[in-house]
Design a protein around this ligand. Structure first.
Ligand SMILES: [Zn+2]
Length: 232
């Protein structure tokens, strides 16, 4: 579930944790042509991720392996599970900040402070979540994934108030339903929030595994799919 961070008071300094180089023996096949690929070095990214302790974040110095296709020469990066491409602030962090704004009615600066982000980021993330999808369509996806789920539960508890915040609250609640349905379907998803689970699932599966075609189209392509690299 989305956990609302405690806010900016008494926050700890952001630590950077160096991660070891880890990769499979062989890279996956090329997503463009299905050709064989080979490992082609590493690059280092610095994602801000949700820490094990709820409401805290930490920064990783994370080496991610690069691969290259032997046939079409397409180069690509292989992100570990739970790490979303091309995002410094990972999706569980974004979800927590947006939840603090939309569900917790926290001021932008306070919500952002818990994640060591700016008020501008908190505003942008909340707006992005609000426009990501239509709650009813997400609930329809959840119902298809898990027909026994209590569809619509939680949608009526969002706070009234500023339109964008209440819209973001409904989208977050609906994403939680889809994420929970995915987990009940047995998918191993590293993310803890509905936002992280749903977008992470789309990225890792990179396709329409359970018939989420409409949902994919309604999600923001640039942010939902991580740009060209994630799709290619
Ligand atoms: Zn290729």
């Amino acid at each position: 579930m989305v956990e609302v961070p405690p806010g900016g008071s008494g926050r700890k300094a952001l630590v950077t944790i160096s991660k070891l180089r880890e990769r499979a023996e062989r890279p996956p096949a090329c997503r463009r042509c299905s050709g064989r690929s080979w490992w082609n070095g590493w690059r280092v990214v610095f994602p801000t991720v949700a820490a094990a302790v709820a409401g805290l974040v930490e920064r990783w110095e994370l080496p991610v392996p690069r691969a290259k296709c032997s046939s079409c020469k397409h180069g690509f990066t292989c992100y570990p599970p739970g790490i979303y491409p091309r995002r410094q602030y990972q999706l569980d962090v974004v979800a927590a900040v947006a939840a603090a704004v939309a569900l917790g009615a926290q001021p932008l600066a306070r919500a952002a402070g818990a994640a060591h982000a700016s008020a501008t980021s908190a505003r942008r993330w909340t707006a992005w979540v609000a426009s990501l999808s239509r709650p009813r369509e997400l609930l329809a996806v959840a119902a298809r994934l898990d027909p026994d789920a209590p569809a619509g539960a939680g949608l009526s508890i969002h706070p009234a108030g500023e339109a964008r915040r209440s819209c973001a609250a409904r989208v977050l609640a609906a994403l939680e339903h889809v994420g929970a349905a995915l987990v009940r379907r047995g998918l191993a998803l590293a993310a803890r929030t509905g936002l992280g689970r749903v977008l992470g699932w789309q990225h890792e599966a990179h396709g329409d595994v359970y018939g989420l075609v409409a949902g994919v189209r309604h999600l923001s392509p640039a942010m939902a799919l991580g740009g060209k690299e994630a799709a290619g």
